[in-house]
Every structure is written in structure tokens, then in C-alpha cells.
Design a binder for this molecule. Structure first.
Ligand code: AMP
Length: 391
């Protein structure tokens, strides 16, 4: 059965067509700069990659382009071969506790959460509507970044702010990357052969978050109302004293949105190092002796270790730490620095295993807390949910 996983952003549309339940990728690609004359469309299939620059007016045109390409390149012979579509949606608020079928009612509910994810949810809905129009009879669902964290207890998700901020404006922690946290923690529990495992997931990509998972459920996570909370990232600051807003505004005359932009786009690795948001560049600069690049990484790994320590207490022990996403899967130096900082918990990294690629246990035999690298796969997780809900 062919199932498509879709991730629509404000000016992009990422897709992957999978053969399920085999979880085999048939084709994948992306339309970028939608709304521009110089949009790009790239599609990979049979080991081939085709790239094209062309005007793409809107998401509807992008979806048509994609379907035309699927037929033209004989990837499928007719659109009816696509039997299900799963759309990634960033914010499900408290309205969605699980992935859900995209009925008109649910699409309106997703729109009602626009205030909580103003950059993402409106763009998702544009993509969803374009797909619904093109494939009106196909089973389509939304898979939310937030639902996995909906199991957090109140004391973990509520801020100590005026209670009305929660009741009137839905201000609370929702978390993010839930699809990934669930995918890799489920896999880690399988590898541990322990259903009630206590696991800390470090999803370290350009955006990064940690979660504490017990009995397959998220009980805490580092991102908050928005992805700005938590650990420092490629360009995000993570936690800061909110009073910084007042001081910077007074000193520079910047307004809230400008300061938020600085905290989202000009902080983290980029802000501290002044060099790059990319962990590969940071590692190169550290090699060359760049103090601020080292500081950028040290601030991040220190904060990650803080979270691991606090989640250890919250979980009441720990079976495994799991690394995933671009940095977690590829940056052996970052993994090394983090495990070094938390070795008091009984983690011991095997330096040779830490250099391997792909899914691996990278802790030493006998390490009290195991350490895994588990590549995340949000598209497969989305396609699995389509299958589960279609039954
Ligand atoms: P993601 O957001 O999960 O796609 O992760 C993207 C980030 O992963 C990039 O910005 C890099 O910092 C990092 N990354 C990707 N590949 C590597 C690599 N081979 N070595 C170190 N870091 C990497």
C-alpha cells in the first residue's frame, strides 16, 4: 500500500511516498520557494534526482506539480494508487491527543490553534487543503508534533505564571518533535527489551529538544509554548531570564518581535560563536582554537547535561540515553561531550562505537546507563500512523 507523508511549510512542501507496511521509500522530494518565479522542485526516485527551477504560484500548484511528476516518471500509474496521506502538523494544542483524520471539523480545529503556531499551522492547512482537493476520496490524517507530550502531568506543563494566562490564552508547555521522540524511544525500549523503560531522548538537530519517557509516555520535554524554550540550538537561545527583554528593549529600542527574532534566529551556536549555526562549522572552528565556538558548544552541552540530571531525578533512574537528529546522529564530538558531563549517572561511552554511523549502542559493555544512537524517521512514523488509523 502506498502512503504519502507530507510536511507543508509556508513556502515549501516536502514529501515522501512509502510502500507500507514494508516502510520502503518509493520517492521523496521537495518544492521550495513556493509563491516565487524561481521556485525549485526536486524529486528522487530509483537512485536518480531530478531538479527543476520554475514558477510555482501556490501550494495547489506545488501539489499538481508533484502529482504530474509521479505519473510522468512512472513512479505510479494513477493517483488512486496513493491510499493514504499523513500531514505533519506542528501544533495540536490540547485539542488533539492522537493523530487524527482530516475531517473538515478537524481542519478548523487546527486553524483555531494558529495563535499558538503562527508560522506553522496556517501553512500546514494550506497544504492540507491542496491535498484534500487533489485527492478528495483518500484517507488523510494529521500527525502532530505535540501529541506525544500530551501525557505530561499538569505540574510539568504548567508555567508558574498567572493561572488565567493558561485558562484564557492556553499558555503552557506543549513541546515539539513529538513524532521523533516517540519513534526513537519506542525503538530504544525494543532494543532494551523493556516496556517500562526509563529513557531520555536527545533530539539534537538545528532545532533541539530533550524528553523524559517512562513506560512509552513522555512525562516532560524541554521545548515549551514554542520551540524557543529549552536548550540552546543552532540559532535559538533556549531558556533565558525573561527580564532580558526589558533591558535589551530599553538599551536598543527593539520591540518584542525584533527581540524574539534575535532569540530565534541570531542566538545559540550562531549568536555565541559569531561564526555559524552548523555543528560541523563549530567543530572545525574548535579545532582551529576558536574560543567562542568552543563556548557555544560548551554552553549547549552544559545545559543538556542539566536537563539529563533533572530528568534522571524525575524518572527515578535511567535505562538509556538516546541521541537522534542531524547532530545527535552525526556529531560524535557533541555526544562525547554530553556523556562526559553526565558520567556520574553511570554512563560510559565506547569511543570506537561512538564513531559508527547508523543505529548503534555506543556505550561500553557494562555501562549502567546505556547510550544509543537511533536515526529518527518522522516520515515512517507518519506513514505508520496512517496505517494504524485506517484500520
Ligand atoms: P536536522 O535539523 O535534524 O536536520 O539537523 C541539522 C543539523 O545537523 C545541521 O545544522 C548540522 O548542525 C548537523 N549535522 C548534519 N550533518 C552533520 C554531520 N555529518 N556532522 C555533524 N553535524 C551534522
Amino acid at each position: 500500500m502506498k502512503i504519502m507523508a507530507v510536511n507543508a511549510g509556508s513556502s515549501s512542501l516536502k514529501f515522501q511516498l512509502l510502500e507500507m507496511p514494508e516502510e520502503k521509500v518509493i520517492t521523496s522530494g521537495i518544492v521550495e520557494r513556493i509563491g516565487n518565479d524561481n521556485a525549485t522542485f526536486s524529486i528522487k526516485f530509483n537512485g536518480e534526482k531530478i531538479e527543476q527551477e520554475l514558477p510555482v504560484l501556490n501550494h495547489k500548484v506545488a501539489v499538481e506539480l508533484l502529482f504530474d511528476a509521479l505519473i510522468k516518471h512512472n513512479i505510479i500509474s494513477k493517483l488512486e494508487e496513493i491510499e493514504g496521506v499523513g500531514h505533519r502538523v506542528v501544533q495540536g494544542g490540547e485539542l488533539f491527543k492522537d493523530s487524527s483524520e482530516l475531517t473538515e471539523e478537524n481542519i478548523l480545529k487546527i486553524e483555531s490553534l494558529n495563535d499558538l503556531a503562527p508560522l506553522h499551522n496556517p501553512a500546514h492547512v494550506v497544504g492540507i487543503r491542496a491535498f484534500k482537493e487533489a485527492l478528495p476520496n483518500v484517507f488523510q490524517i494529521a500527525v502532530f508534533d505535540t501529541t506525544f507530550h500530551q501525557t505530561m502531568p499538569e505540574e510539568n506543563f504548567l508555567y508558574a505564571t498567572p493561572y488565567e494566562w493558561y485558562t484564557d490564552y492556553a499558555v503552557r508547555k506543549y513541546g515539539a518533535h513529538g513524532t521523533s521522540h516517540k519513534f526513537v524511544s519506542d525503538r530504544a525500549a525494543e532494543l532494551l527489551n523493556k516496556k517500562d523503560a526509563k529513557i531520555i531522548v536527545c533530539h539534537l538537530g538545528n532545532g533541539a529538544s530533550l524528553s523524559a519517557v517512562k513506560n512509552g509516555k513522555s512525562i516532560d520535554t524541554s521545548m515549551g509554548l514554542t520551540p524557543l524554550e529549552g536548550i540552546p540550538m543552532g540559532t535559538r537561545s533556549g531558556n533565558i531570564d525573561p527580564a532580558v527583554f526589558g533591558l535589551i528593549s530599553e538599551k536598543t529600542g527593539k520591540g518584542i518581535s525584533e527581540i524574539l527574532n534575535d532569540l530565534n534566529k541570531k542566538s545559540g551556536y550562531l549568536g555565541v560563536s559569531g561564526v555559524s549555526h552548523d555543528s560541523r562549522d563549530i567543530a572545525n572552528e574548535i579545532e582551529k582554537g576558536n574560543h567562542r565556538a568552543k563556548l557555544a558548544l560548551d554552553i549547549q552541552t552544559k545545559r543538556i547535561a542539566d536537563y539529563i540530571g533533572s530528568y534522571y531525578v524525575l524518572l527515578g533512574g535511567l535505562d538509556a540515553i538516546v541521541f537522534t537528529a542531524g547532530i545527535g546522529e552525526n556529531a560524535a564530538n557533541v555526544r562525547h561531550d554530553i556523556i562526559e558531563r553526565v558520567k556520574v549517572l553511570g554512563t560510559e561511552l565506547d569511543p570506537e562505537l561512538n564513531q559508527l554511523r547508523g543505529e548503534n549502542e555506543i556505550s561500553k559493555k557494562g555501562s549502567k546507563v546505556k547510550v544509543f544512537v537511533i536515526p529518527t524517521n518522522e516520515e515512517v512514523a507518519i506513514a505508520r500512523d496512517v496505517l494504524r488509523l485506517q484500520k
